[in-house]
Write a protein that binds this ligand. Structure first.
Ligand code: FES
Length: 323
């Protein structure tokens, strides 16, 4: 069973920066979109048939249209290239319902958003919400040059301009100090959010950890990195038990939990299949997961209350899942 999809039409395309195009879409059935929270992403099926996840980056209070932006990747396996080369105004696409693994912390006293490159997209939708609520926030945007910085017309205008700090052409050796400076003034109760290339986000986390607790640092990954190496505690094979029926299925070394469940007729929604999108998340009733995804928060990992079934495994002989 794949997640539910919606037919949409591309109403406008905008060149937002070098190699970055935004897509403004509306529902083919003319109905308004359902509410989504800032930070959400959707699955987009490109004309080539490849499904990729893209953050919604428009105003979350706009229900007539949604906006997502795509960077044309040189190494694209067809997703971003197809969206750039084959989509015109009027093209119909399939998109999934918004999912959100990157939410604003409602109780934060202050929000520090730190994005690099195309990582600006989820932070932009957060900025819409924070500006509408007159919340205390700063959006730090790192880009190679002004030509590589997307949405600059928007970010240079009210209500965002007063909150945006642009960091252009920062050399790698200067980056840690600049990121330290971004979080230097973080007060008690501040939350830090980051999206961008993995090494960039690692540095943001490093800087932020010196100022705020781990559960006040939020990040969004869109590309699978190499899977985390299996720990010594990871089991080659283990059993998964279905909490609602007691049925058990063995997961061997060559198959995922998703595969094993499918073999007994239980379909888990999947999208990326690489541990980045969170579509296949299932609640854990008991047992100790071996987390091998890139999307759960530190708190979720530590609690062992949820597992991404496409890549993660088990450290206990039996994992009981809330299915
Ligand atoms: S399908 Fe995307 S995380 Fe599992």
């Amino acid at each position: 069973m794949q997640a539910q999809t919606l037919k949409v039409r591309v109403d406008a395309l905008r060149e937002e920066a070098h190699g970055v195009r935004s897509f403004i879409i509306s529902r083919v059935d003319k109905l308004p979109f359902e509410r989504h929270e800032p930070g959400a992403h959707i699955d987009v099926t490109s004309p080539s048939g490849i499904v990729r996840q893209y953050s919604l980056c428009g105003d979350p209070e706009c229900f007539e249209s949604q906006t997502f932006a795509v960077k044309k990747e040189e190494q694209s396996r067809g997703g971003s290239r197809s969206l750039h080369d084959e989509v015109k105004v009027g093209t119909e696409l399939s998109v999934g319902a918004p999912r959100n693994l990157f939410q604003l912390a409602e109780t934060a006293s202050e929000h520090i958003l730190i994005g690099a490159g195309i990582g600006i997209t989820p932070l932009l939708s957060m900025a819409y919400r924070l500006a509408a609520r007159h919340a205390r926030f700063t959006l730090h945007y790192f880009a190679r040059s002004k030509q590589h910085a997307a949405f600059m017309t928007l970010l240079d205008s009210p209500p965002f301009a007063a909150h945006v700090q642009l960091h252009l052409g920062v050399e790698p050796e200067a980056l840690p100090a600049q990121l330290d400076a971004c979080v230097l003034e973080a007060g008690a109760g501040a939350h830090v959010y980051t999206c961008g290339p993995a090494p960039f986000m690692d540095l943001v986390v490093q800087s932020a950890q010196a100022r705020v607790p781990a559960d006040a640092i939020h990040l969004e990954r869109f590309k699978a990195e190499p899977a985390a190496p299996a720990s010594d505690a990871s089991l080659d094979s283990f059993d998964v038990q279905i909490a609602s029926t007691g049925q058990t299925v063995r997961v061997d070394a060559d198959h995922s939990i998703v595969d094993a469940l499918a073999s007994i007729g239980i379909e888990v929604d999947t999208s990326c299949g690489e541990g980045v999108c969170g579509t296949c998340m299932v609640d854990v009733v008991s047992g100790e997961p071996e987390h091998r995804d890139h999307c759960l928060s530190k708190t979720e990992r530590a609690s062992n209350s949820v597992i991404c079934c496409c890549v993660s495994r088990s450290r206990s002989p039996v994992l009981v899942l809330d299915i």
